[in-house]
Design a protein around this ligand. Structure first.
Ligand SMILES: NC(=O)c1ccc[n+]([C@@H]2O[C@H](COP(=O)([O-])OP(=O)(O)OC[C@H]3O[C@@H](n4cnc5c(N)ncnc54)[C@H](OP(=O)(O)O)[C@@H]3O)[C@@H](O)[C@H]2O)c1
Length: 325
């Protein structure tokens, strides 16, 4: 019998249970795939804890990105066949050995990109793509601040932003992480556990501050992020690893210099098939040309997903983490 990780109740990593799961057969427009690598994401912890509501209630199979091999193709799928290497990102359902997936959400994995890399890239890499190219078009001469620079999204984003010509400032929670971020595109890295990052950004930019701040840390960094922006700068708040930002007074945006703020999510940016294809092509080209090197720094068996969640939420991981079915 095929296996999956399910949650039957919200809670800590201990609610992740490894058990039997029948994937079913592919219907019209669907594909059965055997998964070979599954990416670990903070999003998975939000669904596990209940911060994000389960789309179809409990029980829930978490997991938001994976790669594998097509096993069987359902009716009306003419562009895929058994044996093709494919990958996807969807909000939930990836923590399993086999899965039926809508073909419209799949992309073919090009030669030269491994299954593990594809699994790591589909959510984290496509997030870097839309944040740097579409939420705000990073360009030569820009100064950007990216929090959690040594994380899964952070290491990909640093390399890509540097390639786009920006001065890239990152924040991290340890000196080891600072050294890693510096090898991945960041010009300047601030340990925000020991240094006031607002003062450090002001000093590094000689008071000019940043065109855009990418903040996935949330409550702990939000106010400081606003203070790192130039007048009319943009804050892209795209996560809450330290906890959600409470409601705040919009008048602050005027006081701090007519600032902009957005709370984007990848799934809006790839909802249309054409957008998914264009974004995946840009991402895989960035990997093939060496602009982005994907760091897979931790591997866990799928059955040990609870250990992987504890490591991610305990700030013990760097780069990306893969679960192996
Ligand atoms: N909106 C979207 O489209 C989208 C898509 C993908 C990811 N995200 C968000 O992007 C963020 C990064 O995702 P990821 O999967 O690549 O994770 P990650 O960055 O590898 O891990 C999260 C990092 O956040 C930092 N952090 C700061 N305060 C923390 C705290 N109190 N508890 C735990 N971690 C804390 C830690 O790095 P330091 O120790 O260096 O501080 C930690 O390693 C997450 O918030 C995720 O939800 C959003």
């Amino acid at each position: 019998m095929s296996k999956a990780i399910r949650i039957h109740t919200h809670g800590g990593p201990e609610v992740l249970v490894y058990e039997d799961a029948n994937p079913g057969r592919p219907g019209e427009g669907e594909v059965l795939m055997r998964q070979t690598a599954i990416g670990l994401n903070f999003l998975d912890a939000y669904y596990r804890s209940g911060l994000y509501p389960a789309p179809n209630g409990l029980p829930l199979i978490p997991g938001s990105e994976a790669a594998g091999i097509v096993v069987e193709v359902g009716p009306r799928v003419d562009w895929l066949k058994a044996g093709d290497r494919v990958a996807y990102t969807m909000p939930v359902g990836a923590y399993c050995e086999e899965r039926v997936v809508p073909a419209a959400r799949l992309v073919k994995v090009p030669d030269g990109v491994s299954d593990e890399q594809a699994a790591a890239l589909m959510l984290k890499g496509l997030t870097a793509e839309y944040l740097l190219r579409r939420t705000y078009g990073v360009k030569l001469g820009d100064t950007i601040l990216f929090h959690a620079a040594a994380g899964g999204v952070g290491l990909i984003a640093g390399q890509w932003a540097k390639h786009l010509g920006a001065t890239v400032i990152g924040t991290v929670g340890s000196d080891e992480k600072a050294a890693l971020a510096k090898k991945h595109g960041y010009d300047h890295v601030i340990n925000y556990r020991t240094t006031d990052f607002v003062a450090a950004v002001a000093e590094l930019t000689k008071g000019a501050k940043c065109d855009v701040v990418y903040d996935s840390v949330g409550v702990d960094t939000f106010n400081g992020s606003l203070d790192c922006l130039k007048p009319r700068g943009l804050l892209a708040l795209f996560g809450q690893s330290s906890g959600p930002v409470p409601p705040f007074n919009l008048g602050l945006l005027a006081q701090k210099g007519s600032l902009y703020i957005t709370r984007p999510t990848l799934f809006t940016y790839i909802a249309q098939r054409a957008d998914l294809e264009a974004a995946a092509e840009a991402l895989f080209s960035a990997v093939a040309s060496g602009v982005v090197d994907v760091q897979i720094n931790q591997r866990f068996a799928l059955a040990d997903a609870a250990k992987a969640h504890a490591a991610l939420e305990g700030r013990q991981t760097t780069g990306t983490t893969i679960l192996l079915p």
